[in-house]
Design a protein around this ligand. Structure first.
Ligand SMILES: NC(=O)c1ccc[n+]([C@@H]2O[C@H](COP(=O)([O-])OP(=O)(O)OC[C@H]3O[C@@H](n4cnc5c(N)ncnc54)[C@H](OP(=O)(O)O)[C@@H]3O)[C@@H](O)[C@H]2O)c1
Length: 513
């Protein structure tokens, strides 16, 4: 990873303890803080990456004392630790050390007084605990507040930087809900903040295996020469979940699979596969290449390139599963999609003519996030009297979830006097080689923000490029909410119509089983 220079003029390297700072979590009474941010901070303090001079200020509208807020976090992190059982022993010493650095400010995001109080609190932390003037404002708030909170931060002088102090803002997803709203939000926050102060969060990018795609491609000599239209037949990206809508009905009804997964998570994977090698591992070099890759993706033609689906009742492992419309909080006539599949092309020298097939869905047969790169067959069949043609093509599968690793499928001779071929797999599992560091996916990203490395955060142009690709689909669904909607049984492979996206060219999806 890069070795960014912060404005404290000290060169920071990944793995160094982060420099002193204050972390202000706006919306700290919410689910994200409880379930993901605090466990991530606990993991960071245990691994020695959190600064010694550190303060965490939680902001929310609930009437809580510092002590009451700390009690809540204490319960949340302990239950998370036992649930995940990622450590034999709960690390009391480090956790208590972190908890002692936590305080609470009650206020309303709309109220200018809140920001004056925050300013005084930050000054106090620095004066009393030498936490420095560095501050990160983490907007763990509903997206309607992003612009408003940034405006207030600007008006109150809280995001002014200086030679000895950084001021950064982490913005959660969703960043906009279509191209125009993402652009408008970018314009609004860029009136207050410089691009390099903004850390647009997509926690998917904090996952080890996602970062490893770049390492696989650019730290090894064998893959890159094959990584192009001359050798690759097509690419499939799958993000399949077995869970349904769970407790997120309100959110999901207005969002759906496309907005929830595609312009952000799935396109980030696509960009990592398609991008050209960057000139360096600096944040902007990488982000420029990723945006260029997305800029080259065809805009979706909803009539030919896409299938959307919604799960109906079904079963998995003999267990009955409800349909989406029967789930709590879901409209019985809902037209929200829980699945999308699409075919995309990339207009670049490297990828011209190579189709990219993407699918994501809930209540699928198997939980699986993977990228499968299918290579072209040999130019002519040497083993004529064998069943070479029946062999599956060489495929490199990058597995991101749940069993992280990679697998290469190729043909081999079956032992015996006759020439018979079979398919074999060369498998690599991360867990066999490296110890799994306990992680919520947020550790890397919070730490990266503290050391000023924006590589794994989305830049304004990249967010807009993602929305641009799907905009014609969003327009169609707005005009005609039932357009293209297919149904699929819960626990299955998705709508059968999605198969046609590939079958017309003699290809097929990898089976989820
Ligand atoms: N939770 C996740 O797993 C997850 C995952 C990825 C991204 N995100 C994103 O992270 C952000 C936060 O999510 P969340 O699930 O933590 O949301 P949340 O549970 O609704 O938390 C937001 C907090 O802000 C408080 N709040 C609302 N309006 C306020 C106001 N005017 N002034 C002060 N406080 C106010 C809320 O209080 P009330 O409860 O009283 O309204 C709540 O405690 C969202 O943008 C979400 O999309 C969440």
């Amino acid at each position: 990873m890069s070795t960014p220079l912060t404005n404290t003029a000290k060169r920071l390297v990944h793995g160094d303890k982060a420099p002193p700072c204050n972390l202000v979590i706006m919306g700290a009474g919410g689910d994200l803080t409880r379930r993901l941010l605090m466990p991530a901070l606990y993991n960071l303090v245990r691994t020695g990456l959190l600064p010694d001079q550190f303060s965490l200020i939680g902001v929310d509208r609930q009437d809580l004392t510092d002590e009451g807020f700390r009690d809540r976090l204490d319960q949340a992190v302990r239950s998370f630790a036992s649930e995940k059982s990622y450590s034999a022993e709960f690390d009391e010493t480090h956790w208590k050390h972190l908890l002692a650095q936590v305080s609470y400010v009650r206020g309303d995001f709309n109220d200018p007084e809140l920001y004056r109080t925050l300013k005084q609190r930050l000054d106090g932390e620095n004066r009393d605990h030498a936490t420095s003037e560095n501050a990160i404002f983490y907007l763990a708030v509903a997206s309607r507040f992003f612009g408003l909170v940034v405006n207030h931060l600007g008006q109150s002088g809280l995001v002014e930087e200086g030679p000895e102090r950084y001021r950064r803002v982490i913005i959660e997803k969703p960043f906009g809900n279509d191209y125009e709203s993402a652009r408008a939000l970018n314009q609004q926050i860029l009136r207050t903040l410089h691009e390099d102060q903004i850390y647009r969060m997509d926690h998917f990018l904090g996952k080890e295996t996602v970062q490893n795609i770049m390492v696989k491609r650019f730290a090894n000599g064998i893959f890159e020469p094959l990584w192009n239209r001359n050798h690759i037949d097509h690419v499939q990206i799958t993000v399949a979940e077995t869970v349904g809508v769970e407790s997120r009905a309100g959110f999901y009804e207005t969002t759906g699979a496309m907005r929830d997964m595609v312009p952000n998570h799935v396109f980030q994977l696509l960009a990592l596969i398609c991008m050209e090698p960057p000139n360096s591992f600096c944040a902007d070099a990488i982000r420029t290449e990723k945006t260029k890759a997305l800029d080259a993706v065809h805009v979706i033609n909803p009539q030919t390139d896409i299938v959307r689906g919604q799960y109906r009742a079904g079963s998995r492992d003999g267990k009955a599963l409800k349909g989406y419309r029967e789930e709590d909080g879901i409209q019985p006539e809902s037209l929200t999609e829980t699945y999308v599949a699409m075919k995309l092309g990339v207009d670049s020298w490297r990828w011209s003519g190579v189709p990219f097939y993407l699918r994501t869905g809930k209540r699928m047969a198997q939980r699986s996030t993977e990228i499968s790169i299918e290579f072209k067959r040999p130019p002519f069949s040497l083993f004529r009297d064998t069943q070479t043609e029946e062999l599956e093509p060489n495929t490199l599968i990058l597995k991101l979830q749940p069993d992280e690793g990679a697998s290469l499928a190729f043909g081999a001779k079956i032992p015996g006097p006759a020439i018979q071929l079979g398919q074999v797999h060369m498998d690599f599992h991360y867990k066999d080689y490296f110890q799994n560091a306990p992680s919520t996916g947020y550790e890397t990203l919070i730490y990266d923000c503290m050391i000023g490395d924006a590589t794994l955060f989305q830049r304004a142009d990249s967010v807009e490029a993602g929305w641009r690709i799907v905009q014609p689909y969003l327009d169609l669904c707005k005009e005609q909410p039932d357009a293209l909607l297919e149904f699929y049984p819960a626990g299955g492979q998705g709508p059968t119509k999605a198969d046609a996206l590939l079958e017309t060219s003699g290809r097929k999806w990898r089976k989820l089983s």
